[in-house]
Every structure is written in C-alpha cells, then in structure tokens.
Design a protein around this ligand. Structure first.
Ligand code: BGC
Length: 401
C-alpha cells in the first residue's frame, strides 16, 4: 500500500495571486509607469491583466469548486491611497467585498498588503529607502484595516522583500548608468533592505494594534542555495544579503512565508548558470521541484520555531503535464520535510491564473488559463488534480495522480 501523509488539521490549501498581476488598469502604480518606459525588461505592459478587479467572483467560484479551501490575494496600495493621505473608500470597500466573497465561498483569505507595487507618488519621493517610508506604509495599513478587520486570519505584510531590494539595486544601476551584472542577480540594495526590515516590524505592530487576532508574517523568496565544495567564501555574502537577513527578521513572527521555484548553485566564482543539460521552465529557471523541501528546511533553520506557510510554489510551462509532475515532486519533498518535524501550516500554489509576469505574459504559471482577448477562464487539468486534494484528508501527492 502506498504510504499516506496526513497533513495536520486546518492545513491551508490554496492558490495565490497578486493585485497588480491580475487586476488590470493599475494606472496609479509605480509599475504601470515603469511598464511605459523604454527598458528591455518590459516586453509588454500589464494592460487589463486578467481583469480580476471586476472578475474576482469568477476566480473565487472556480477555486472553491476545484476544492481549494484558501486563497491568497493582494490589496493595492496605489488604489487605496491614490494621493498622499487621500484614501479611497470605494477601493477599501472593494477589497472588503473580496474578503466577504471569499468567506461566502468557503475560501479563507490570506491577504497580502504589498506585492511589489507602490503608488507612483511613493516611488517619486524615493521609494522604500527614503526617510519616513515606514510611516507612510503604516498609515496605509491603518486606513486599510476595515479590509482585514474580520474574516482574515493571515496577513502578509510584504511579498518577497529580498526581490524588492534587488529591484531597487537594479533601478539604481539603471539610473546611474552602471552596467547590469552579466550573470545572476545583483545583491539587494542595503538601504532598501534596512528600510523593509523596519517597515515589516512597524507593519506587524500596526496590523495587530488595529486587529489583534490577525496572524502576521512576510514571504521571502527562497533560493534553495547549494554551495559547491570550496565555494563557502563566495556563498557567504550572497546567502547573507539575499536571504538570511530577511529570514532572521521573521523571528518572533506568527508565521513565515516560503516562496520556492528552483535552486541556486554557487561555485568558487559565484552563482552558477543553469546546467546545460537541465530542463528549463518558461521563466528560464531549472526544473528543480525538490527546491521546496530544501526551502522549508533552510527557512526553519534561520527562523527556529516560527510556523511556515508555503505562500508560493509553481512552474511556468505551456505543458500542464509538467506542472503536475513538478508539483507532485515538490509536494513529496515538502511532506518529507514535514515528516522530519518541519512545522508547515499550509501550501498555496503560484498561481491561480495565468497572469502578468512582471514585463510579459509568456511565462504561464496558472492552474487556470485566461484568454487574453475575452478573459475567459479555463481550468487546466492540474487545477482539478491539485484542488481535489483539498477535499479529503490529504494523501501522498503521488496517490492524487
Ligand atoms: C513573485 C510573483 C511572481 C513569481 C514568479 C515571485 O517572485 O512573488 O509575483 O510572479 O514569483 O516569478
């Protein structure tokens, strides 16, 4: 008999989206502005995205019919605070309806407060690294408190602060005319890292003072670093600045979000390219599903005792059978870490929908396809396969196949 993994009671079983990548027409955000500048990073602007600002009910209907019990989505600062200190009651009411709409469909909402995008005015005054950014963030969270006042157990303050700090470094290089790195990613911008760590701590305080029962955390992009023998010196600063500082900042939080897609190998000269013979996904990353098991183990080591939630894990592919294979192997590595005692409280697949992948639409991460002309949603076989595991005591992922 195949061996069954029983996941703990109350295990969160969901899919993830973000506001900017799905809503469409996010014209007041810094990203919208960036999308209309001449830069090779942007192949096409986000435009209408998935039109989820209007079609969110359809998204939630599908997820709940598929068997999911949880949904992670974001609220958009640029809509809630269109000008400094000027709050949109209509935008707050919109997100409040989404929280209630999720509950009505049996989906527990996990709400992300910041997922890469800020209002244009916030970027124009210098972004996260500018003095007072944490103050502005907490003012927004206080105004948005009606959204998460009831019916929301988990709030994610900042999505992938390490990527936010890397993007700040890229932007700084762009502005000062420095050459971008030829391989790998630059190191995160130090001032932005410090500002984000501070903003997170203040956000936790603020959210809890508004709504004491909410469980707060942030989600870190986990690289599943693999250091080759003799590469310890090269790996130390990369690991420290890219990941460890952000994981350590989660000590004392109610939970820590783990976001894992692939591994990163480091040799004596730094980050290594994807091996020649490896299968690559549509985002160019190595097909390496077992990164997830390592990601939760590494996160637990840096933030001991903090419960983990996998807030993103998935694959960009046009071949849905590879999505099922990837996810099946990722879940195997996750359940084996859990069997070794790693405290994981939930799994959210990235993404619910094929959406705007920060500069282009080609890398499709969705469980549900979205027609770019009509916005019609079509669940892929992977959506039914993964959703069904939410309906019964969860067995070994392989048995779900
Ligand atoms: C982000 C998502 C993104 C995904 C795939 C994460 O970096 O949180 O917004 O779409 O990974 O690249």
């Amino acid at each position: 008999m195949a061996h069954a993994h029983h996941l703990p009671d109350g295990f969160l079983w969901g899919a993830s989206t973000s506001a900017h990548q799905t809503e469409g027409g996010n014209t007041n955000s810094d990203w919208w502005q960036f999308e209309h500048m001449q830069t090779p990073i942007i192949k096409e602007p986000s435009g209408d995205a998935c039109d989820s600002y209007h079609r969110w009910r359809e998204d939630m209907d599908l997820l709940s019919e598929l068997g999911f019990t949880d949904y992670r989505f974001g609220i958009e600062w640029a809509r809630i605070e269109p000008a400094p200190g000027e709050f949109s009651r209509a935008a707050i009411a919109h997100y409040r309806r989404m929280v209630e709409g999720a509950q009505e469909r049996g989906l527990r909402p996990l709400v992300t407060l910041h997922h890469f995008t800020t209002p244009r005015w916030f970027m124009e005054r210098g972004g996260w690294a500018a003095a007072g950014s944490d103050e502005l963030f907490t003012r927004y969270l206080t105004a948005a408190a009606p959204v998460y006042a009831t019916g929301v157990d988990h709030v994610c303050t900042i999505n992938e602060p390490n990527m936010v700090a890397v993007m700040a470094a890229v932007q700084r290089a762009h502005l000062s005319g420095e050459a971008p790195p030829t391989t790998g990613m630059p190191l995160p911008d130090g001032a932005t890292t410090e500002a984000l760590v501070r903003a997170h701590a203040r956000a936790v305080e603020t959210v809890k003072s508004c709504v004491p029962h909410v469980r707060t955390g942030w989600s870190v992009a986990n690289q599943a670093y693999q250091t080759l023998p003799g590469a310890e010196d090269a790996a130390a600063p990369v690991r420290r600045q890219w990941e460890d500082v952000f994981l350590e900042a989660a000590r004392g939080d109610d939970w820590l979000g783990v976001q894992s897609y692939t591994r990163t190998r480091i040799g004596p000269d730094g980050v290594l390219p994807v091996p020649e013979d490896a299968e690559r996904t549509l985002s160019g990353w190595e097909f390496y599903p077992r990164a997830l098991g390592q990601a939760v183990r590494d996160s637990a080591a840096l933030a001991p005792g903090v419960p983990l939630i996998v807030t993103e894990n998935g694959i960009a592919t046009a071949d849905d059978t590879r999505r099922i294979q990837y996810t099946s192997e990722a879940l195997d590595s996750l359940t084996s870490a859990m069997n070794d005692g790693i405290d994981v409280r939930g799994y959210f697949h990235w993404s619910a929908l094929d959406n705007y992948e920060w500069g282009r639409y080609a890398p499709t991460f969705g469980l549900i396809a979205v027609d770019r002309e009509t916005f019609a949603r079509t669940p892929k076989p992977s959506a039914a396969w993964l959703g069904a595991m939410g309906r019964r005591p969860i067995l070994s992922p392989r048995e779900g196949l």
